[in-house]
Design a binder for this molecule. Sequence first.
Ligand SMILES: C[S@@+](CC[C@H](N)C(=O)[O-])C[C@H]1O[C@@H](n2cnc3c(N)ncnc32)[C@H](O)[C@@H]1O
Length: 225
Amino acid sequence: MDEQATTRTKARYNRLAAIYDLQEAVLERLAFSHWRERLWSRVEGKRVLEVGVGTGKNLPYYPEKARTVAVDLSDKMMAQAKRRAQRLGVKADLVLMDAQRLAFADSVFDTAVGTFVFCSVPDAVAGLRELGRAVKPGGRIILLEHVRVNKPVIGRLMDLLDPLVVRMMGPHINRVTTENVKNAGLNIESIEELAAGGLVKMIVAGTQGDQVDAPSEDPDGTSLR
Ligand SMILES: C[S@@+](CC[C@H](N)C(=O)[O-])C[C@H]1O[C@@H](n2cnc3c(N)ncnc32)[C@H](O)[C@@H]1O
């Protein structure tokens, strides 16, 4: 585990926490909120895990009949999530925790969710492997993620701009999340492209079953990100 990268990620989100909702307000209203609703309509079971809860934008969609545990690395983001949960009257267990080393036993959750998180988790494959461990056999991992666009010029541009964007805004913009999910030993059940060019995807994966044909975001890449 890259401890320094994890510390840097936490510090970045602690810095961003106060302005995070404002920074995303327009996109949230136009697109993200609809995609969140779509994702949560697919969540099943009584035990649900959300990793990287952030300021708690998914709280309004938590299933009423489930017990949801939500974790995040950043105490400042988590403080916002706690305030939002209180304001909305949503009951959930909000806990500071690193997705790369979840403090849960194996096979505890029916569904695990992450929205715009594996662009930021330093070792995305380790985090995804942890989700696979924490969900029950037959359970699902549902992700909403922006990823590297698989087009020669745009993809390369995203690679070039990535270090700058990470420093200024927090997330990586060139993550190959489909590859990362596969490399975490998860089986992709479906991928839905939500934004043009496959920039945003809803990825549904499980620990069992068949892998669907899921093209990489960077088929010519030599290293995984
Ligand atoms: C771009 S924000 C997304 C927040 C929220 N999921 C949303 O949809 O608005 C990414 C979040 O992931 C959290 N995060 C990054 N690395 C993490 C890790 N290793 N473990 C837990 N949370 C992490 C950050 O602190 C931040 O709150």
